[in-house]
Design a protein. Structure first.
Length: 572
């Protein structure tokens, strides 16, 4: 798709073939300077030969950056899932996936290539340094929207980079020579917080800038761009700036012109007495805010391999490489499905049983059932080249890799509220939905006063009829579930603050579980566990679930992960 739009992209991006790789010294793996930037390549056009002062330049430049992002797209999912606790590699999995899952990364691994991230970053840096921001047409700054969009691309890529490598060089100018690359890569490294703090300052002036509005070759580009305010929320969340994070998320979700309302396509039981077939209306596609588009054919450029990894296809002879782990199944089954049952005269609450079901996926939360199917392939014998089992994970598609989804933004908003000392508000996101009526009912007056505009939502737009708790997407009428409630201490604590401090980590645990139930197979899980573990100073928060993903504790893996240095990829 990207390649088909216009072959001119190659001319505009000949200067961006460079890849930044670490140099010897300072604890980095050594490569020669000539490997860092191919300055003698016939593909290279030097800086003086390139200007970005025409609208078509900008379009092709943006496409060039998206083209580079395609290379890291699959990795954003796999690095976040394979190292976590929700999937296991099968016997058919590649050695790279198996080693990634086992945190055995001393050997080269196709999913560990830091230069691919810096290729995106160097494209962005070149654009930002060379675009003519003063150019105007009819009184409008011509590249204002593109400039902001590229800043967001760069910040998003840096966040992905530093989450995976722990400390990285913070390069914000284009690297155009071997000497520059050597100096840059031997320089100081920035931590996750330092990277986030830098880009919070860098993006804040552009937070309300509109995204570019392209329609090229029949394709609507709106969803290609990273939304600025959710990205700022994420950066603040990782940086420990929780009130700011909540404010950015709220500003985006409660935007007066484009409010973000979740669809009500939940997976449900249709009868309070017969549990033979759920009504599967659950969908994540309508929640997509932004994505990286992928090519349809390898001939056209970068295609996604995620379907071949997660699903049975003709291309892989039906041998899928990843499957839901026992840890994922146990988490899903441990939930309680609650139904509000109304007759002409009464309203009752029914809890769906955990035993006697015809399918183990019918127990508890129904989102795993909705997302996943495993069926038997008839007619296969021991000599067949095809797998006898056929797996489908419906949320995995080949045409794009999601970067932002509305439900996950709401869940991060809940996390930010919780850590800002507002656990009742955070639980409201999970159980009821964020509308003024529910907030006034379920968040007490003291917390409402403390939260202020952090929990402000438009009364006309966010109504009871249009919102619901995210837990309801797989667990029924969560607003009626008395078992799914704000944790309370066994005995009254000395002060309100003590109670809030007691509730905060417990509500946070509920949020992290909800993130797994809602975001499984999408690449979030390892980072969600990492973020909370770092926040609490407790590596066991990550090590324990990952080491138990097979249903039983793997003590050697647990001990490996108790050292947080092993959470990060080695630079190779």
């Amino acid at each position: 798709m990207i390649q088909d739009i216009n072959k001119k992209i190659r001319r505009f991006f000949r200067f961006t073939v460079y890849s930044l790789l670490p140099l010897a010294g300072g604890g980095w793996m050594g490569v020669s300077c000539s490997d860092i930037l191919d300055t003698d390549s016939e593909l290279v056009e030097f800086e003086k030969d390139n200007t970005l002062n025409h609208p078509t330049d900008s379009v092709y430049s943006i496409l060039g950056i998206v083209n580079k992002m395609q290379i890291i797209a699959d990795r954003t999912v796999l690095l976040g899932e394979v190292r976590a606790d929700l999937v296991n590699p099968t016997d058919a999995a590649s050695s790279d996936l198996k080693r990634l899952s086992a945190f055995s990364l001393a050997e080269p691994n196709k999913y560990n290539n830091i230069s691919d991230y810096y290729a995106v970053i160097n494209n962005c840096n070149y654009y930002l340094a060379n675009v003519d921001t003063a150019l105007q047409r009819r009184g409008r700054q011509l590249f204002k929207y593109e400039y902001a969009a590229v800043k967001a691309f760069r910040a998003w890529t840096y966040l992905e980079l530093v989450k995976n490598y722990g400390q990285v060089p913070l390069v914000t100018v284009p690297v155009m020579s071997e000497r520059e690359a050597a100096a840059t890569m031997q320089g100081p490294k920035a931590s996750i917080k330092e990277v986030c703090d830098y880009f919070i300052s860098d993006l804040t002036p552009y937070a309300l800038t509109d995204l570019p509005d392209y329609n090229v070759g029949g394709w609507d580009f709106d969803l290609f761009f990273i939304p600025m305010r959710p990205l700022l929320g994420d950066l603040c969340l990782w940086a420990g700036r929780y009130e700011e994070a909540a404010r950015w998320y709220n500003s985006y979700l409660n935007d007066p012109e484009e409010p973000v309302l979740l669809n009500n396509r939940n997976v449900t039981w249709t009868s309070p007495t017969v549990f033979s077939s759920p009504r599967d209306a659950y969908s994540v596609t309508s929640d997509i805010i932004s994505y990286i588009p992928m090519e349809a054919r390898i001939f056209d450029g970068n295609v996604s391999d995620l379907q071949n990894i997660f699903c049975s296809t003709r291309q892989n002879n039906y041998y899928f490489q990843l499957e839901p782990s026992r840890g994922m199944r146990n988490l899903s089954a441990s939930q309680t499905y609650c139904m509000e049952y109304k007759t002409e005269t009464t309203t009752d609450t029914v809890y769906v049983p955990h035993t006697g079901m015809s399918d183990e996926l019918f127990v508890g939360d129904l989102r795993l059932y909705s997302n996943y199917r495993l069926t038997s392939m008839g007619g296969q014998d021991e000599y067949s080249e095809y797998n006898s089992a056929y797996q489908t994970i419906y949320k995995v598609v080949s045409s794009y890799v999601s970067t932002y989804r509305a439900t996950m933004v709401y869940l991060r908003y809940a996390e930010a509220l919780c850590r800002a000392g507002l656990p009742q508000s955070a639980l409201c996101v999970l159980k009821y939905g964020m509308c003024p009526d529910y907030i006034s009912l379920y968040v007490d007056s003291i917390e409402q006063a403390e939260a202020g505009d952090l929990i402000a939502f438009n009364q006309t737009t966010f109504t009871r009829e249009r919102v619901s708790g995210i837990h309801s997407r797989g667990c029924g009428d969560s607003q009626c579930d008395t078992l799914y409630a704000l944790p309370q201490p066994a005995t009254e604590l000395a002060t309100r603050r003590d109670t809030v401090l007691y509730q905060m980590p417990l509500v946070e645990d509920m949020i992290v579980n909800e993130m797994a139930l809602e975001g499984s197979f999408e690449g979030y899980r390892f980072y969600d566990l990492m973020r909370v573990a770092l926040r609490r100073g407790d590596p066991a928060y990550l090590a324990d679930p990952v080491s138990r993903r097979n249903g039983e504790a793997d003590e050697s893996l647990r001990q490996l992960l108790m050292n947080q240095q092993n959470w990060y990829l080695p630079i190779q």
